[in-house]
Design a protein around this ligand. Sequence first.
Ligand SMILES: NC(=O)c1ccc[n+]([C@@H]2O[C@H](COP(=O)([O-])OP(=O)(O)OC[C@H]3O[C@@H](n4cnc5c(N)ncnc54)[C@H](O)[C@@H]3O)[C@@H](O)[C@H]2O)c1
Ligand SMILES: [Zn+2]
Length: 365
Amino acid sequence: MFDLTINLPGSTTQITVRPGALQESGQLLRSVLPDVGNTQVMLVTDHTVGDLYAKTTLDAFRDAGVHPFEFRIPPGESSKSLDTAQQLYKSLAANQMDRDGIIVALGGGVVSDLAGFVAATWMRGIRFAILPTTLEADIDASIGGKTAVNLSTGKNLVGAFHQPVLVAVDPNCLSTLDARDVKAGIAEAIKHALISDEEFFTWQEDHVDEILCLDSAITTEFILRNLRIKAAIVEQDTKEQTGLRMLLNFGHTIGHAIESCSRYSLRHGECVALGTLAACRLSESIGLLSGADVTRVEKLLSRFGLPIQMPTALNTDRILETMQNDKKARAGRVRFVLLDAIGAPLIRDDIDESLVRAAYESLRP
Ligand SMILES: NC(=O)c1ccc[n+]([C@@H]2O[C@H](COP(=O)([O-])OP(=O)(O)OC[C@H]3O[C@@H](n4cnc5c(N)ncnc54)[C@H](O)[C@@H]3O)[C@@H](O)[C@H]2O)c1
Ligand SMILES: [Zn+2]
């Protein structure tokens, strides 16, 4: 019934990727949580996703004897806040949610990060399942157990590790997602291939059109391959302690700085695409990645409709400062994930600032 299982100390996550998973979501939930018919269940979604998919989900739940109460949040990053979390806690209290209860997130990464954080903290942690509906959530946010809310001073500053018991991905949901959001999610898939699997990178080069038009079989395989890569990393370094999980930060050091300096006017995945290209050029400039491979990456990003040049000019000093302040900088040194070759990453914290500056400036039109 499941495609992938993540076993970690104290938790098991069952994962399935299949067109129509939403229609089967009640049965899927029942199969991992046999007691789900006898406990309180809260379904958290946002208004956009709720209008599109809550009825299908609630029908599937009802058919399986599961009767949740629903909580809808406004769509968008601003809902990933302590304020919204508090509203969820109040609803949990009003519905007498106890320790045996279950929270199900239906939506993108905003919904799953928030609902996961609330599940991690309500009564010191209750069970949690995710029905992701964006590509970003399908291949990235829904696995790994990171949950969080934002503060006005920064993103994801308050959070907890809390693994879902079930992730049921329905690739059909992507048909209603804004094409720009689909492309933004693809940036994380390119990242996954670059840090672990040259063959998957070539596979993506060979399937650009099918991925972009959301061909059902190819999209299912695409999502699953990404999940396998992230799952393998998370299994070996669940709480970001050995450095392996840091590899998932490829393209994100410069990408996050661009995201923050552009005041979030670009999609996260678009910033990751730019950060990916800059990290590849930085790798080339210190004698690692070949020029031919940098060109392959640039071409693939571009064929997927992702940016390879900065759409707006941002001050380079501010970008460098922002990177320095990033919470992932250790002892004042910015750590970069770089590539020796496609599929062969390494971490370096001794990169000359002038090279970082040049890599970022190479993105200027
Ligand atoms: N926990 C993690 O490991 C992790 C990893 C990556 C990203 N994230 C977090 O995820 C968040 C971003 O997630 P996202 O990119 O999914 O954005 P999102 O959740 O904000 O969704 C993007 C938009 O698409 C809409 N939408 C969602 N699914 C839809 C569908 N199927 N059809 C039509 N519209 C749909 C939403 O209403 C929203 O307006 C960020 O907060 C980020 O920090 C977390
Ligand atoms: Zn990312």
